[in-house]
Design a protein around this ligand. Structure first.
Ligand code: NAD
Ligand code: GLY
Length: 348
């Protein structure tokens, strides 16, 4: 005997991403702003001037990737229970990608899921992390290995927050902007070649185009069954570099910048991209002082480290390779010898 539960359903998780100065918002609910001491010190009073709620709480977690863990989630959940948050309550993520990923994850599990809103304050989180509903934390096995797909109800991107962002953090965000352009939008890449993103209007335009690009990808493949993996361009190599350097030498976006350069070298070798296109990409990265070289000491060891990445299976490695500028190929059939030749060219 069998009993069937008919659960096929169409769920509308659509939401708007607003890129503009923050408008005043009133919530008829309990609201908690999740942030860290650095962001709170710089921008909380501004945010508080824009938010009204039935009851408003601030929950502060320590700053940094090392605190993107279960302890911080427990701290957030405990505070929500203490304040008797219910299923109609709302969380607001106010910070960079670390705060966004953790707030999203806490909201996905608190009482089996409540709403959250993203107010990202770094360039990387404005153009990438706040959009698309990937939430999660790290554990001793690696980065982002625990989490859920849980879409925010809204994303409010106010470029004004970026005025206090250190130059290196800004550059790390630019790397993710370049990633979107190279993989999906040749016109956007040409725009980046001509523009100076230190100019406010150009930056706002680049944020808009990056967000539109990511939103288009997520709309087609929310849970990364295929196309969304292309957003990991530069990451397969970048993750190994981050790991080899103990997550201290490079910011994530910086490692991705080097990773894109290595991926481009492989793409050139496979006839997917011209040398001229590869050097145009390198030029844009260098314009924002991003690193574009890395000395690979041991190519075999570097190659083996690919298997630690969750995008790779035991048997094959998935490479995200640009096809010219504006196209992308997701492949697990690049032979080891070719990859090693490319890695060795970075060892000299
Ligand atoms: P982050 O959140 O650690 O922020 C970087 C630093 O900038 C922190 O010290 C932060 O406190 C500070 N900061 C934030 N806003 C500031 C401001 N306006 N002025 C001055 N300082 C400010 O790092 P990040 O680069 O924003 O995000 C990286 C995280 O995002 C990683 O954990 C990564 O896994 C995640 N991520 C998630 C997705 C996704 O789709 N969910 C995509 C990309 C990255
Ligand atoms: N940052 C990659 C993604 O959101 O899929």
């Amino acid at each position: 005997m069998q009993v069937n539960i008919p659960l096929k359903q169409v769920v509308d998780n659509s939401y708007d991403i607003t890129i503009d100065a923050l408008q005043k918002r009133t919530y008829d609910a309990k609201v908690a702003i999740i942030t860290n001491p650095k962001v709170a010190g710089l921008h909380l009073s501004y945010l508080l001037s824009k938010i009204e709620a039935k009851e408003l709480y601030i929950i502060t977690v320590p700053d940094g990737e090392t605190y993107k863990n279960q302890d911080s989630i427990d701290l957030i959940l405990e505070s929500l229970f203490n304040h008797r948050f219910n299923r109609k309550s709302l969380l607001i993520a106010f910070g960079g990608g670390v705060i966004g990923d953790m707030t999203g994850y806490a909201s996905s599990i608190y009482q089996r899921g409540i709403d959250f809103v993203q107010i990202p304050t770094t360039l990387l989180s404005q153009v990438d992390a706040s959009v698309g509903g990937k939430t999660g934390i790290n554990n001793s096995y690696g980065k982002n290995l625990i989490g859920a797909f849980h879409q925010p109800r809204a994303v409010y991107i106010d470029p004004h927050f970026l005025e206090t962002l250190p130059a290196r953090e800004f550059g790390a965000g630019v790397a993710e902007v370049v990633k979107m352009a190279v993989t999906f939008n040749a016109d956007f890449f040409e725009y980046l070649e001509a523009a100076d993103l230190n100019d406010k209007e150009s930056l706002q335009e680049a944020i808009k185009q990056a967000v539109q690009t990511k939103a288009g990808v997520v709309a087609q493949d929310e849970k990364e069954h295929g196309l969304r993996a292309a957003l990991n361009y530069g990451h397969t190599f970048g993750h190994v570099i981050e790991n080899e350097t103990g997550y201290t030498k490079y910011l994530h976006g910086e490692a991705v910048a080097i990773g894109m350069v290595i991926a481009n070298t492989l793409a050139v070798k496979l006839g997917l991209m011209s040398e001229d296109e590869a050097s145009r990409i390198k030029n844009v990265l260098q314009k924002y002082k991003l690193p574009t070289t890395y000395k690979i000491q041991n190519s075999e060891k570097f190659y083996d480290a690919f298997f630690l990445d969750k995008k790779s299976s035991d048997a094959s490695i998935t490479f995200i390779l640009p096809v010219g500028i504006g196209g992308v190929k997701i492949t697990d059939s690049v032979d080891k010898e070719t990859v090693l030749e490319v890695l060795e060219s970075f060892g000299k």
